[in-house]
Design a protein around this ligand. Structure first.
Ligand SMILES: Cc1ncc(C[n+]2csc(CCOP(=O)(O)OP(=O)(O)O)c2C)c(N)n1
Ligand code: SF4
Length: 251
């Protein structure tokens, strides 16, 4: 904590690893919160100068405008492959792949599985908001059964399109990953836990331990067509029972 004049003490401030840019995110969106947790963790580990953030295709496509680190854009779903290349060429850098569910579990499924299976020493932050945000709310692999989206106007029907994919459980079948955890940002208690998991996933990479995966259950009030508080409650009441929170692996 630093002092700021007589009678004032700064107890909360913008992380140094965040720029002053205003984000494009809608009110109640989880991306801004998750960015802040990531930036705080980067600050606390003192790795801002050596971090390379791979931004996804999706609403957080401009993550490198908000998180003040070196960055790189990857084509839809290819972030783990790009992260692999960068990390292998620069093993001393902190390489973070930040992806939504459309990016990571639809077009990027193969890259996701194989980077995890190879045990690349990278950190993957997976933002699961159960929908394609940026393109207007189409069904994602993580859309809940019965959830109405632009492409499932009568609700997701598992007979037609299968059941939502549980990424942590799937990755937990692989040998190499060292850290797999599912967290959320629907309330302050969960945000605190999410921060801990994100920081741990970065610490693992710094210590050369290997592949870490953090899934964050997040809100997309705009495409769910609800107010922010209702969206946060929906994560807690509908998503969490299907996507249980907790640590799956910590080696
Ligand atoms: C190869 C390719 N296919 C499709 C698109 C269109 N596209 C852009 S963003 C997006 C969905 C992103 O959704 P998600 O990854 O869930 O991120 P969110 O916007 O919800 O954060 C799609 C399909 C694209 N840019 N490139
Ligand atoms: S559309 Fe959804 S994911 Fe995209 S910024 Fe808005 S709330 Fe966030």
């Amino acid at each position: 904590m630093e002092s700021k004049g007589a009678g004032y003490e700064v107890i909360y401030k913008r992380p140094e690893a965040m720029t002053d840019a205003k984000t494009i995110y809608c009110p109640g969106c989880g991306h801004g919160i998750i960015h802040k947790l990531l930036a705080e963790s980067i600050d606390e580990l003192g790795v801002r100068e050596e971090t390379i953030l791979i931004a996804p295709v999706g609403c957080s496509v401009l993550a490198y405008n908000y998180i003040d680190v070196d960055g790189c854009e990857a084509a839809h779903g290819r972030a783990p492959a790009v992260a692999t290349g960068i990390k292998r060429v620069h093993p001393d850098k902190m390489v973070i792949s930040y992806q939504g569910d459309g990016d990571l579990l639809a077009i990027g499924t193969a890259e996701t599985i194989h980077a995890a299976n190879r045990g690349e020493n990278i950190t993957v932050i997976f933002v699961n908001n159960a929908i394609y945000g940026m393109t207007g709310g189409q069904m994602a692999p993580t859309t809940m059964v019965g959830q109405v989206t632009k492409t499932t106007p009568f609700g997701r029907d598992a007979n037609d399109v299968g059941f939502p994919i549980r990424a942590c459980e799937m990755i937990n079948t692989l040998e190499c990953p060292v850290f797999i955890e599912r967290v959320s940002v629907f309330d302050v208690k969960q945000i605190v836990k999410a921060k801990k998991a994100i920081k741990k996933a970065l610490t693992n990479q710094k210590e050369g331990k290997g592949y870490s995966f953090v899934e964050v259950l997040s809100m997309c009030p705009t495409n769910w067509g609800v107010k922010p508080q209702v969206a946060a409650d929906w994560v807690r009441d509908v998503m969490v029972p299907y996507y249980p929170l907790g640590n799956f692996r910590d080696r």
